[in-house]
Design a protein around this ligand. Sequence first.
Ligand code: FAD
Length: 472
Amino acid sequence: MTTDNQFDLIVIGAGPGGYVAAIRASQLGLRVACVEREGLGGICLNWGCIPTKALLRSAEVFELMHRAAEFGLKASGVEADFAAIIVRSRDISSKISKGVAFLFKKNNITHIAGTATLLARSGVWQPHRVSVQGADGSALTYAAKHVLVATGARARPMPGAAFDDARIIDYRRAMTMPAQPKRLAVLGAGAIGVEFASFYRALGTEVTIVEFEPRLVPREDAEVSAELGRAFAKRGIALALNTKLLSATASASDVTLALEAREGGAASTLVADALLVAVGVVANTENLGLEAHGISTSRGFIVVDDALRAADGIYAIGDVIGRGLAHTASAEGVFVAEYLAGLAPKPVPYHAIPACTYCHPEVASVGMTEAAAKDAGIPLRIGKFPFKPLGKTMAAGEYPGFVKTLWHAETGELVGAHLIGPAVTDLIGEMTLAKTTEVNAESLLHTVHAHPTFAEALKEATEAALGHAIHL
Ligand code: FAD
């Protein structure tokens, strides 16, 4: 093996976990290679966060153009060009993926194209070996002191509704449909499901969301779910909540869903042009060679310790360990890189990870829901403030929504923040800082918030928790 094939760290997977870890490790002086079998940037840049936000932006502009008269403008003949919307989204993904290639070059990271497998180690003092099979079938072996597995996940298939890439589709197909469906059924009301529902409805598709739980975005605070349910109903999105999918049968022209009420078992059918199955993910661990290192999995996800170590010299981060968010994967990647470089990084603050859903209206949260905090016996001061009375909301003509803050009644620290409405996926940054740095309500109120901004709602909701909101 030549020195060209030897590294301090080999990262498998160039998603937001892997590529960020590779860059940070290289910044800290490690010799780094990153193996990727598809596009640099992983699901996030190519098939997840970025292309969906591009689609949602087209939808938002389209909806605003239809409301032009409200803003004193005239716009006629406004039409959606579905194919052009898809092309824009794909172009943005391609551009941002090229940005990762540029960053790899800039940081002296060796990009190895192909599929990686961990080989058995010949002894604990020996380096790890990774075999990489290229698209042409050639295989090369590389060695490294450490390996970071960041292979991500893919769409979970639903029993009784196998993907066929035409009528029963996953998120990749949903963002590259050859034509806009007239009727779309969406199975699953988590972030991916409601984002696609929001996008397609904005373009005029008849959308029905089928969800087993009694509410949309079931991991969010119940009041936020209820508000999103009202907003979606207003937008004409049909909701089949408390509903179980028994099977989906595709034909050349449509797909028929056999449904059953969760309680009572009443049966019904729903016919659509396509069914998007958005019910979670499966970890990419096949043929990785985990067994050779005694690496265990739980529900398919790699099990790691507090240092994100899966076995001696092998670490794992991101979706392959079941995290499910790009920024968590990146934070874990930075943690592992700094740990391997001999720094003493602070653990990833899992209690303060923001969650954002970019449907219209947007949803964002950090920390515990009211129900979870109450279950944990945490004494709360709850403050809620609607965006509606804010000057910024009126000027922007935005769907109002609200901010709900939960503060610890004794320590004054932020327990959780739950937002629905305009710009909340950006506003959550302030509440995440408050949660991570244990800022209390008084400090947040001592911080002057610019006027007019949507951020004033954060301050008002905090004042409301202390009983003195100005504009309520
Ligand atoms: P991935 O991004 O999945 O990257 C893993 C990479 O490893 C892939 O490129 C894969 O090709 C490669 N790989 C796998 N096996 C091998 C192998 N054996 N050899 C070589 N390469 C391999 N998260 C957010 O935080 N915000 C959002 O707005 C958001 N929107 C989303 C929208 C959609 C439609 C989807 C599907 C997901 C979204 N996510 C979002 C989730 C986010 O994309 C993931 O959490 C994130 O990409 C996980 O990063 P990762 O680095 O762990 O894995």
